[in-house]
Ligand binder design. Sequence first.
Ligand SMILES: [Cu+2]
Length: 390
Amino acid sequence: MTDKKDDEMHGPKAGAGLSRRSLLAGSAGLTFAGALGGQALAQAPGGAAVNRSAHMSYAGANSPSGRLYQVNPGMTEHNDIAHDPAEIPPPLTRREPQTVRVDLETVELEAHLDANSTFRFWTFNARVPGPFIRVRVGDTVECYLKNAEDSWMAHNVDFHAATGPGGGAVLTTSMPGEEHAFRFKTLNPGLYVYHCAVPPVAMHIANGMYGMILVEPEEGLAPVDREFYVMQGEIYTEEAFGTAGLLTESYDKLINERPEYFVFNGHVSALTEHFPLKANVGETVRIFFGVGGPNFTSSFHVIGEIFDRVYQAASLTSSPLTNVQTVTVPSGGAAVVEFKCDVPGRYVLVDHALSRAERGLAGYLIVEGDEQPEIFAPIGEPPDPSMSGH
Ligand SMILES: [Cu+2]
């Protein structure tokens, strides 16, 4: 990308000779500090003052997260692959096994990566992550995988919920325009990742080909007020983080595990300005959290919340851990976390390996309702919230 475009994107402090350090300490850093509620990353008051002017050069800069998800008017014709975390099937009410048909279409499409860039994603059903599939233990899943006519690559699907070679990968490998199907019986309840497994597998996953299937135990899950579907992934581009335009995948960075971007639900800011999680004070929340990866383990944390229950490794038949701050979730793995929303405000979903927030990894949980001063309140006059990005 040219310096000019870089300049347009990052404001007057960026441009020719921009170092990675100054970029991350600059507009992007400021804004993610805002996203994080002024915690941890907003540690350089002098820098923040300088950077604010760069930040304010954006349209929509009144939003503290303006940098996180602003649809560039010039890019509205492009697709958006973010999966709404609230868009998942409701809990199952039936108590007998059944045969469930699942249709997956592998679609490659150019779509938003951040406010000023696009990327050619490889997807299941044009979303990242792919559809949230919900079945019950003992069900038979009949999966039909169709590879779109205009794909450039072969694709398939490997279900971690399946018992059988490759999780179905060989049986579903489809060239562009082809469709193949297989069936598997769900022998083990749990929350499982599925992903494309065509070599190089890491590339197919990094480009967006992952999702999750929930296999409910016989008795189902305890009722909660709200359920959400969140997955973490990495994106490897030739161009540096923040570059404008259509970015290209980097095989070299992929095999060296040097991602430029980390994302929740597909692209930068998918879960901040685009699809924030929403709940009300007093409600219970369950997050089905998975890591597509392909390479990085997540230290999943919600800033300002404590997980009341964590089903570690997404084992739904083990007793949950209670009262947990951060949960380790490996790539190709998952966890189920539950908590009650006690205090209103904006909470930030992060990987507590917080350098990744500077590369795009953050989401919001907005909790609405009455203040609860007996749980959380200032003593005396609070600081100006604008100084911490709010
Ligand atoms: Cu693929």
